[in-house]
Design a binder for this molecule. Structure first.
Ligand SMILES: Cc1cc2nc3c(=O)[nH]c(=O)nc-3n(C[C@H](O)[C@H](O)[C@H](O)COP(=O)(O)OP(=O)(O)OC[C@H]3O[C@@H](n4cnc5c(N)ncnc54)[C@H](O)[C@@H]3O)c2cc1C
Length: 471
């Protein structure tokens, strides 16, 4: 049984923490990008040190008061807002933004959890290194939130997801104990991997306060190209050909549908689309080559090889870095176009690569049986991760279909599950997908997750209601 924040707890915390820790309950802490939940105003605390985080958790644990960790607030599954239950402490990492150390010779950087991703990327670039995590929310998302959701983004194909960028963590456990796991080791087989347990835990097992991150050498030259391809099946063949041609130099391979480009034209006409006529399917590919090679020479040769095999019918290669950015603006604005149209149900799914064409064909057919909808299917095809979003026809709004929403979601997720896929590829579970995890999760895994949660957080204070239904 949890208690809400009391005046008594606040007095205790005020005596133990500097005044700057206490923040007004600004609306931003209570909102999330999809507008599905409104968080409860509790006590907003912005600690500046790991020791202060520890003090907060120690007192919250003793008083059995919920704690909701808050990063940049960009999470898409409602993990950062607690809409019901006992009023929580909202613990924001916004004052813990330091880059603690950079070790260029080790390709390692140690940062605090409140550091914003774009700043981490810039610092790495200042040392002629690459921090490989990249996503459209990088100007706001913070390292602690990115690791807690095990974020993906556009470079997973080459560099892996957030989990793959981490060597060590510093975490405050629910009772206030500090786990100092800020290791810079690339090999360390000493027992259970607590680091990988905390990554992706969405604030339910503790508060990440710092991370030792992996850096990479920067590619010598980079470019991007759009290719028109007939179908998801030919896009898959193109991906395979790209693997043979470039090895691991392909950093992104994004599938874009005609519907996505049409939404963009309708909602954000200033975003320059790559082709005068929107093709049914196209692919945006990004390549970064090492040594003294030139990316454009290679991608032009690839274009010829792909056209000879009948895999592409048209294409455009970026002739400058500003054109490359223009190409990426198309991809990165598709979610905003979607938001303006208003989806009835959005799905962040993954399936085995070879199953993608079958998933799209069967998904479209199954949705057509539910009703007359528009589908924008796009995303990180190279990772088997698609955003498969269902919209009303022109002239209708999402509110006209609220009663169909659950059926649409069920149809898509049942198909994904049947095809051996995941109903959350990169956004996490949060509060949005708790029921899905119960429905599709392996029972043994769910039981182990509950046992871990109870062992580490016996009072259940960490982000209650997120990820797991604790029975
Ligand atoms: C425009 C846009 C584009 C996006 N594109 C992508 C994409 O391509 N790929 C992708 O994977 N995601 C994407 N996202 C989702 C989002 O950016 C990620 O989920 C991000 O990782 C969340 O980081 P945050 O700092 O905003 O965390 P928040 O939203 O503040 O929190 C997310 C979760 O982490 C927990 N948390 C936060 N900080 C900590 C901490 N220090 N310790 C423990 N728990 C913590 C919170 O309690 C919550 O459960 C996108 C979002 C937007 C708005």
């Amino acid at each position: 049984m949890l208690n809400g924040v009391t005046a008594e707890l606040e007095t205790t915390l005020r005596a133990a923490l500097p005044d700057q820790t206490f923040r007004a309950t600004d609306a931003k802490y209570l909102e999330e990008p999809r507008g599905r939940w409104a968080g409860q105003g509790g006590l907003v605390l912005a600690p500046a040190t790991t020791a202060d985080v520890s003090t907060i958790l120690r007192h919250a644990h003793a008083a059995r008061v919920p704690v909701v960790p808050y990063g940049g607030g960009t999470g898409l599954v409602g993990g950062q807002v607690q809409a019901e239950g006992a009023t929580p402490i909202i613990l924001t990492l916004e004052r813990m933004t330091a880059i603690r150390d950079v070790y260029p010779s080790e390709n390692v950087m140690v940062v605090e959890a409140g550091a914003i991703l774009a700043n981490v990327q810039e610092t790495a670039a200042g040392h002629d290194r690459l921090f490989a995590l990249s996503l459209a929310s990088e100007g706001s998302a913070r390292i602690g939130g990115l690791l807690s959701t095990n974020a993906g983004g556009i470079n997973v194909l080459r560099y892996g997801n957030a989990r793959d960028q981490v060597l060590g963590l510093e975490v405050v456990l629910p009772d206030g104990t500090i786990w100092n796991g800020l290791s810079r080791l690339r090999k360390d087989n000493t027992g259970y991997d607590l680091r990988n347990l905390m990554i992706g835990a969405e604030g339910t097992l503790g508060v990440i306060t710092a991370a030792a991150l992996k850096l990479h050498p920067r590619p010598h030259d980079e470019t991007a190209a759009f290719f028109v391809t007939q179908s998801p099946a030919t896009a898959l063949e193109l991906l395979s050909l790209a693997g043979k041609h470039f090895g691991n130099s392909v950093s992104a391979f994004e599938l874009i549908s005609k519907q996505g480009l049409e939404f963009l034209a309708a909602t954000l006409p200033d975003v320059r689309r790559p082709f005068s006529e929107n093709p049914d399917w196209c692919v945006l590919m990004d390549v970064g080559v090492m040594g003294d090679q030139f990316a454009n020479d290679q991608i032009e040769a690839f274009f010829v090889a792909a056209a000879e095999r009948g895999l592409v019918t048209d294409g455009q290669t970026a002739q400058s870095q500003s054109q490359r950015a223009e190409f990426w603006a198309v991809r990165e604005n598709i979610p905003e176009g979607n938001r303006r149209i208003g989806s009835i149900s959005s799905h962040d799914i993954s399936v085995p690569l070879s199953v993608i064409p079958e998933f799209i064909a069967r998904g479209n057919a199954a949705i057509a049986k539910v009703g007359d909808f528009r589908i924008n299917c796009f995303g990180h095809m190279g990772d088997g991760n698609l955003h498969y979003n269902v919209f009303p026809q022109d002239g209708f709004s999402r509110d006209d279909y609220l009663s169909e929403r659950d059926e649409i979601k069920r149809v898509v997720h049942d198909l994904v599950h049947k095809l051996g896929g995941s109903v959350s590829a990169e956004h996490g579970i949060g509060r949005l997908k708790v029921d899905d995890l119960e429905r599709y999760g392996d029972p043994a895994k769910l039981a182990a997750m509950r046992a871990i949660k109870t062992a580490l957080d016996p009072n259940g204070i960490m982000n209650p209601g997120a990820v797991l239904r604790v029975v």
